[in-house]
Design a protein around this ligand. Structure first.
Ligand SMILES: Cc1cc2nc3c(=O)[nH]c(=O)nc-3n(C[C@H](O)[C@H](O)[C@H](O)COP(=O)(O)O)c2cc1C
Length: 432
């Protein structure tokens, strides 16, 4: 089983009530020590990696203004840049993988290839990039686009972006650097220009950074459309999803692993990690209390602000006490389809859907003793629903402590999870 941690370098995670949770350290998300505690706890729990989701704008869709999302502290109210944080965390950890989200729509391959090559060097081979194409208007408004690129154009650009970035990471042979006593810095014959000229990018290369320990960062992706899943099957080593139940997990798992072959890859080359928010108690009743305490803080209008941002639609224009109607969204289509299905199954109003979204987007919650939670995780993996999990916290910086001190040892006793890291590089953790 593989374990990752889901983080946002700001006030929320999947849970948009995170910053209001009484156990969360007030404003801690602006301090390095907060992230240090989280990373060291996860490393003590032998997690494969931690990663930061990211977005490049505050929410601007709800009420067509930034004011609501800022006032209530929705999921986009604050996001520090994850890469400098990962650089700092590389210095205080030794094994855990370090992942950051960067957008292919609003970055250039050359600068992005440098950022991740740098992180991979400084961390001794632990860098990961969560590739996103960016869906919302707020981001377009911050980067000079009238509107977001059309869906398939975003993925065409992303495909070419990945080709260019990989060419840059390969532009130095691992043997190129000499640092020879005779004054020879590198073997220039082993460093090649890439001379890429495509529809979206023109890049001469080579990179100005020697080959890094992993050669390239581990690629993570979370697309859910047809095109997005093909992109994932072609490029990703880790795929991250949110699915609320076992049948949906199994469907996603089978579909994505099936696509791998189309791109000459083996199903085991892609690890599918599914999001879950655990509540670990001394008893089941205690765990339920913890879950209720967290969920009681979830405010429907905060959830609808985040939903508006994710779906690129102004949900303030719809009645709160009616079911979600036939709204057309241009944002995260897969997640919206899921929300509509769940709303229909449970007969939810828009306000209920907002509350659910605020609790944790649509991340399933599991409450129980350490043994109960371990049972649930093992069951999903045994039934072909996932290769592991993305653990989502309800509060921070101590929100992983009970999982690491209770569930991880339980999984280790059962032989379901590593007791020690075998290697120092993230790709080695994922292969083990
Ligand atoms: C679980 C999950 C996590 C995601 N994290 C991010 C993120 O951090 N930043 C972002 O811009 N998009 C994020 N996305 C959006 C996806 O990367 C992708 O852009 C979106 O699903 C739309 O692609 P699609 O049309 O292929 O579904 C996430 C999506 C899912 C389902």
């Amino acid at each position: 089983m593989h374990l990752a941690a889901f983080l946002i370098a700001g006030n929320a995670a999947h849970s948009q009530a995170l910053w209001r949770h009484p156990e969360s350290r007030r404003g801690g998300f602006l301090e390095l020590d907060y992230y240090r505690h989280i990373a060291q706890t996860l490393e003590r729990g032998k997690f494969d990696l931690l990663f930061f989701a990211d977005r490049l704008a505050v929410s601007t869709r709800y009420g067509e203004s930034h004011r609501h999302g800022i006032a209530v502290g929705d999921q986009d109210a604050t996001r520090l840049d994850p890469l400098p944080i990962l650089g700092a965390l590389a210095a205080v950890t030794r094994h855990i993988g370090l992942g950051a989200t960067r957008s292919t729509t609003y970055s250039q391959p050359y600068s992005l290839a440098r950022e991740f090559a740098t992180l991979d060097h400084l961390s001794g081979g632990r860098a990961a990039w969560n590739v996103v194409t960016s869906v919302n208007q707020g981001e377009a408004d911050n980067f000079g686009l009238k509107e977001t690129l059309p869906h398939d154009v975003r993925y065409d650009r992303a495909d070419e972006f990945l080709e260019v970035a990989h060419k840059l990471w390969r532009s130095w042979s691992p043997q190129a650097l000499h640092l020879g006593a005779g004054g020879r810095y590198a073997d220039a014959a082993l460093v090649e220009a890439i001379d890429h000229h495509g529809a979206h990018f023109s890049v001469r290369g080579p990179l100005n950074i020697p080959s890094s320990p992993q050669g390239s960062p581990v690629i993570i992706q979370a697309g859910s459309s047809e095109r997005g899943q093909d992109f994932a099957a072609r490029w990703s080593e880790v795929v991250f999803n949110i699915q609320p139940d076992l049948p949906r997990l199994q469907r996603f798992y089978g579909d994505l692993k099936g696509r791998a072959e189309k791109f000459g890859r083996r199903p085991q080359d892609i690890k599918i990690l599914s999001a879950v928010m655990p509540f670990v108690g001394a008893s089941r009743a205690h765990a339920e209390e913890l879950r209720e305490q967290a969920n009681a803080l979830a405010d429907p209008l905060v959830g609808l602000s985040t939903l508006s941002s994710h779906m690129n639609v102004d949900f303030s224009a719809y009645a709160l006490d009616a079911p979600i109607g036939d709204v057309q969204v241009s944002g995260i289509q897969g997640l919206f389809k899921l929300l509509k299905e769940i709303s229909a199954e449970r007969q939810l109003t828009l306000a209920d859907a907002g509350r659910l979204y605020a609790q944790g987007v649509l991340t399933p919650q599991v409450a129980g003793t350490a043994a109960d939670v371990a049972d649930w995780l093992e069951h999903i993996v045994a039934q072909g629903g996932a290769d592991g999990f993305v653990i989502s916290p309800s509060h921070l910086p101590h929100g992983f402590d009970d999982f690491v001190d209770g569930v991880v040892p339980e999984l280790q006793r059962r032989g379901s999870f590593r007791r020690n890291y075998d290697g120092r590089q993230l790709r080695a953790h994922l292969a083990a």
